[in-house]
Design a protein around this ligand. Structure first.
Ligand code: K1U
Ligand code: ZN
Length: 168
């Protein structure tokens, strides 16, 4: 098991569009395990492979209060979406900032598990929001992209300043 480094906005690697997973092998299962460890330690309720500089269509999540309901989505697709809601979102790649984002409230998702088995499920509320947030990462998109340019640039400046202070 290993903790992985989480990329921070505005790192350009966060803009990479992830490629489909084709090999369901031991390397993939090790990455999934490391991503869960990294997400729980952060702590976060989700983590996309993009955030740890692996550009494949893989995300992990656990929105349960007990942190005991791990879920791994590989090659996820939203096959139906309904309603919309506005919810405060945070991001481990944009540390310290929470902003409201409007997204679909109910979604039906198709994905594969670590063994390549396909499955489908319905999600709503925070689970639906988290899946959409993580799937955006796989497209190189961040929640700050839904904000005004003014807000996004303010966040960028503050994070760049904080990152420089960490190096100095
Ligand atoms: O960076 C990420 O993609 C993870 C992100 C997921 C997310 C949060 C809120 C709405 C949508 C998506 C986080 O987990 S940020 C941290 C967070 O929200 C949290 C952390 C610990 C306990 C509860 C929430
Ligand atoms: Zn995020």
């Amino acid at each position: 098991m290993a903790l992985l480094n989480i990329l921070h906005f505005p790192d350009p690697r966060l803009r990479t569009v992830a490629k489909p997973v084709v090999d369901f092998d031991e390397n993939l299962r090790q990455l999934v395990s490391d991503m869960f460890e990294t997400m729980y330690e952060a702590p976060g309720i989700g983590l996309a492979a993009t955030q740890v500089d692996h550009h494949i269509r893989l995300l992990v999540m656990d929105i349960s209060d007990g942190r005991n309901n791990p879920r791994c989505l590989i090659n996820p697709r939203i096959i139906a979406a309904d309603g919309d809601e506005e919810m405060d979102e945070g991001c481990l790649s944009v540390p310290g900032y929470y902003e409201k984002v409007r997204r679909a409230d109910h979604i039906r998702v198709s994905a594969q598990d670590e063994n390549g088995e396909s499955y489908q499920f319905d999600a709503e509320g925070l689970e639906a929001v988290c899946i959409q947030h993580e799937m955006d990462h796989l497209e190189g998109k961040l929640f700050v992209d839904y904000l005004s340019a003014l807000k996004r640039n303010r966040i960028r400046s503050k994070l760049v300043k904080a990152q420089k202070q960490q190096v100095d």
